[in-house]
Design a protein around this ligand. Sequence first.
Ligand code: FAD
Length: 381
Amino acid sequence: MPETEVLIIGGGPAGSTLARALRQAGKDVAIMDKAIFPRDKVCAGWVTPAVMQELEIDPEDYARDHVLQPIHGFRTGRIGQPLVQSDFPGEPASYGIRRIEFDHYLLQRCGAQLMMGETFSSMKRMAGGWLVNDSIRAELVVGAGGHFCPVARLIGAKRSRETAVAAQEIEFEMSTQQMADCPVDGQRPELFFTPDLKGYGWIFRKGKYLNIGLGREDKHKLSGHVEQFCQYLAQIGRIPRDLPGKFKGHAYLLYPHATRPLIGDNVMLIGDAAGLAYAQSGEGIRPAVESALLAVQVIHNCRGDYAMDRLRPYVDKLEERFGARQPKAKAVKTGKRVQRARQMLAGMLLKSRWFSRNLLIRRWFLHEQDRPLPASTIHVS
Ligand SMILES: Cc1cc2nc3c(=O)[nH]c(=O)nc-3n(C[C@H](O)[C@H](O)[C@H](O)COP(=O)(O)OP(=O)(O)OC[C@H]3O[C@@H](n4cnc5c(N)ncnc54)[C@H](O)[C@@H]3O)c2cc1C
């Protein structure tokens, strides 16, 4: 019967980062993913320099064989209002990647045994670990299967009680004519907040690819919101009227409101499976990578005993890094007048250059205040 010390379910950025770090520490690691890579992933594909640093990716080197769009500014505002431009000359403030390439690159270099095209379906308790899919013994199972991770469900995640962000997106290669007509500057992604402030849409050009999407913390009539947004963008000439293909949807949890158990005996969750995306921006790749970097230290310190108590420092480390989780209090019903006043205030703030640059972009979207975790965290002796 195949055996491994650590079995990671999911080969996205969380899974491959953990696998690479554990392999560097000499552990026996396998990754199981139901997809065969390169696989696509619904995502805008925006990463900060902190992510590149934590993953030890040299942008110049990566850009030789992959799409890497440097970002030097953002255009932000409310749908229907003129946008405010915030520029960041010098080093790129962020990058645009294509998930189909990025995740494959991370997985290929991680050094773990890869079990691709294999779907996780069950795990049964056995002495010193788990029996997965009735065929693989593992001392530690790590759920890194994204928002719908089956390991998360098995250890108690209750999706019906969660408030997730629901998002839809399309990414396509533009024709020569579409490229010539597209006024969007790759160096300046555009973010459009919805009038009710429950979400935002974006247009993001990465070389010859255009990514358009919208996410909301309220999945009610999401397709209708996406359709209206696209009609608006086409009307103001930002996107082609003839979009090829359909929008694809996905979901994720914002960390402050997530309530999923993070550990159990011989099992833990990382990345979207744990529900870690940043509250204001929905950025999830950095928290996914960081959760893996935090987990590796704890796994190493367990010295082969993965009882729940030994894994508890992982929960403490997540809280230290991302703050305490505060499951959402029941929504307080606000009157129409309060809602209107709030929306007016937000509309005014979004027109302010100072607010857009310093709070919205630098603090909430770039998270400049959070220094990257040292990549050396992953070089465990
Ligand atoms: C529309 C949209 C736009 C986004 N834009 C951004 C952005 O621009 N920047 C950013 O930082 N974040 C963004 N995010 C969030 C980001 O995509 C996630 O936070 C990130 O992918 C989490 O990585 P992960 O490794 O935890 O999970 P994932 O990348 O979701 O990987 C999970 C893996 O698990 C595998 N899997 C699932 N179930 C099983 C199973 N039963 N058996 C085996 N394998 C399984 C899947 O095939 C997949 O490969 C966006 C999300 C959405 C929905």
